[in-house]
Design a protein around this ligand. Sequence first.
Ligand SMILES: Cc1cc2nc3c(=O)[nH]c(=O)nc-3n(C[C@H](O)[C@H](O)[C@H](O)COP(=O)(O)O)c2cc1C
Length: 300
Amino acid sequence: MTDISVKIGNLRLKNPVMVASGTYGYEYADFVDVSKLGGIVAKSITLNPKQGNPPPRIYETPCGMLNTIGLENVGVEGFLKKKLPKFKKLRTKIIASIAGSTVDEYPKVVRRLERSGIDGIEINISCPNVNEGGMLFGQDPKTAYSVISSVRKVTKLPLIAKLTPNVGDISIIAKAVVEAGCDAISVINTIVGMAVDIEDRRPVLSMITGGLSGPAIKPIALHYVYSLYREVKVPIIGVGGIATAKDALEFIITGATAVQVGTANFINPKVSIEIVDGIKKYCVEKAVKKIGELVGSLKL
Ligand SMILES: Cc1cc2nc3c(=O)[nH]c(=O)nc-3n(C[C@H](O)[C@H](O)[C@H](O)COP(=O)(O)O)c2cc1C
């Protein structure tokens, strides 16, 4: 028997496969046995509900998609009342994702979540800081540190900092969030991109730019995992273009303790379960007793 359970801080997942924030809801339980997942990262929530950006806010690109949803969400109270009770019935770990437009907003959201029965918190720092002219929290090591440490002060729940790739040197940000007390890092959020309609010569997306996700970004995400595995001591969660068990195993061998599947869920709602099964099969075939043996086993 192979043990494919993993630990992220104090959070034990039955397997290393989670689904990524913004790409999966409790509604999937109508089609899929979600109890087979390691965990679900819910859509990012803010202190107050947000309407998000106007359409068009999604566009398919070769091997991926662009989105500019603009963090549409029901707000923390709406999440606690309407969403969380449904998530809690799913017999898998539920990780809330939080976002904000000022540093102070983050701990306020966490205080409301603290005793709600969630299993962990992912902190989305890929959002604009209104007090810094719209610069993303995750683009400046000092601001990234402030967000994570302000949250760390108000909770003992496992904390995952989700990094943006839209930076010069991601390792400076990674070291700052680890120093601030997060238990793990998720690598990566979407990469900024755009598309143009040549008929009317306008940007396709309402906000001009959007976040690129899907297989197109996998090699980039994998490279970040590779370099950060050498730089930080906390577990790394690999995210970006994972669509098969082979993709997930590439991330694990490169240094990811766990992975998240995002855009691929839109194409095949069962894909994350198929990835769990594929990882188990690989471990049996390769006589891997504990999945930890694979993490960072890349031969150079
Ligand atoms: C439609 C959509 C909505 C997303 N919403 C969020 C979000 O609310 N919070 C977040 O941290 N990431 C969000 N993401 C980013 C994903 O969680 C993930 O980091 C990214 O898409 C890369 O993974 P993938 O290539 O497997 O999709 C969203 C992605 C998509 C495509």
